[in-house]
Write a protein that binds this ligand. Structure first.
Ligand code: SF4
Length: 384
């Protein structure tokens, strides 16, 4: 199949309502459980090892009208929190047996409690990530936390998970993430061959299917890409930062690209690509997973690592990708992203890396203003 065909298959899955997207897996696994994971970082391996399908639940995008969820939250809260609750209040989370949240920020923590209270039939859990990664106890703590989640998942399925089950799952997710890393390498090396929008669809499809199927889909895409022959265009190379949790509308990414940017790297969909390298599959699997979070996971504004400054990973990403500029693309009312922007701005200025700040909401419909703003930014770089 051509790479365009594979991307269209991914798009159909991403655009489908959750119950329809999960239908093939449900039919093949009538007794199986499906657990939704809120962004950002999720130990998907724990669920997969127990025969559960872990799926990413990333709000309602621009396909849902917020009619009920507003009454459960304060006004100045990001859109993903409200639209995720709206999914539940309109019956769309019925496709799931459970949901897992993380300690990433106050709205996400509140959402976990609100979901638990409003949907008592849903199995709800919460992963507490260590806040101090310099502590020698952080690893032991996270191993214990993963073991607790694993036990709770066993309550859901009645199936006890052994180390071999976990190792198989580590290997399956390693394989899928290795292919995602290859997609990003292609974008950095030859951005004309694969747009960020196309790569986004291919990666996002992975939040709705087992890693084995995702690896096969990505193999098909990589195979198709090897036949693409597109000449490079006169564009600026940018890195996107700030969209680690709520996801910008696809049309917004497209507008940034159409305005003259090659998006070489980004922090979108971190849940399926949060490890920088493979998780070791020898030794204790829970310890390997915990150590990988502490020493080998991708930075975001909701991961607190006192061993380096907040802006350093962004500077490394920009320099490593030979980016000309950074686009800080932050969700409206996302405190972690907005707090970090102050630090990014200072560090980027000091490093002489041009940057532009854009704010988005899931339910954006008009992109002309953003496009003009980015076009002006691109022209100022190309012609100054
Ligand atoms: S978008 Fe920001 S504020 Fe909202 S849940 Fe995610 S991290 Fe928290």
């Amino acid at each position: 199949m051509s790479v365009e065909g594979t991307i269209e298959r991914a798009r159909a899955l991403v655009d489908a309502p959750l119950d329809r997207a999960l239908e093939p897996w449900r039919l093949a696994n009538p007794e199986g459980k499906v657990v939704g994971w809120f962004p950002v970082y999720s130990p998907l391996e724990l669920a997969h090892a127990g025969g559960i399908l872990p799926v990413g639940v990333m709000g309602g995008g621009n396909q849902i009208e917020i009619a009920h969820a507003d009454s459960r939250f304060q006004s100045f809260v990001c859109s993903i929190v409200k639209s995720t609750l709206e999914l539940g209040l309109t019956g769309r989370l019925k496709a799931l047996d459970g949901m897992v949240f993380h300690s990433i920020c106050d709205p996400a923590k509140n959402l976990a409690s609100v979901v638990r209270r409003n949907f008592p039939e849903l199995w709800v859990e919460f992963v507490h990530f260590p806040q101090n990664l310099t502590s020698p106890l952080a690893e032991d703590y996270l191993v214990a936390e993963y073991r607790r989640i694993l036990d709770r998942l066993t309550d859901l399925t009645g199936r006890r998970v052994g180390d071999e089950d976990l190792r198989r799952s580590l290997a399956a997710y390693n394989a899928s993430r290795a292919r995602i890393r290859r997609l990003y390498e292609i974008r950095r090396e030859s951005p004309q061959l694969l747009s960020a929008t196309e790569s986004y669809l291919l990666v996002r499809a992975g939040i709705l299917m087992p890693p084995e199927e995702h690896a096969a889909l990505l193999d098909e895409a990589l195979d198709g890409l090897s036949g693409r022959d597109v000449k490079p265009k006169d564009r600026i190379r940018v890195v996107i930062e700030g969209s680690f949790c709520e996801q910008p509308p696809l049309e917004l990414l497209q507008s940034i690209e159409e305005a003259g940017c090659d998006i070489l790297d980004d922090d979108l969909l971190l849940g399926v690509r949060w490890f920088l390298r493979d998780v070791p599959i020898d030794g204790d699997p829970l310890r390997a997973l915990a150590r990988s979070y502490i020493d080998g996971s991708v930075h975001s504004s909701v991961k607190h690592d006192l061993r380096r400054t907040k802006a350093q990973p962004l500077l490394d990403k920009a320099r490593g990708g030979r980016a000309h500029a950074v686009v800080v693309l932050a969700a409206k009312f996302c405190e972690p992203a907005l707090f970090d922007y102050a630090l990014y701005r200072k560090a980027l200025d000091e490093a002489g890396i041009p940057h532009v700040f854009l704010e988005f909401e899931e339910k954006m419909w008009i992109f002309d203003k953003v496009r003009t703003e980015v076009e002006t930014f691109v022209e100022s770089m190309l012609f100054d």
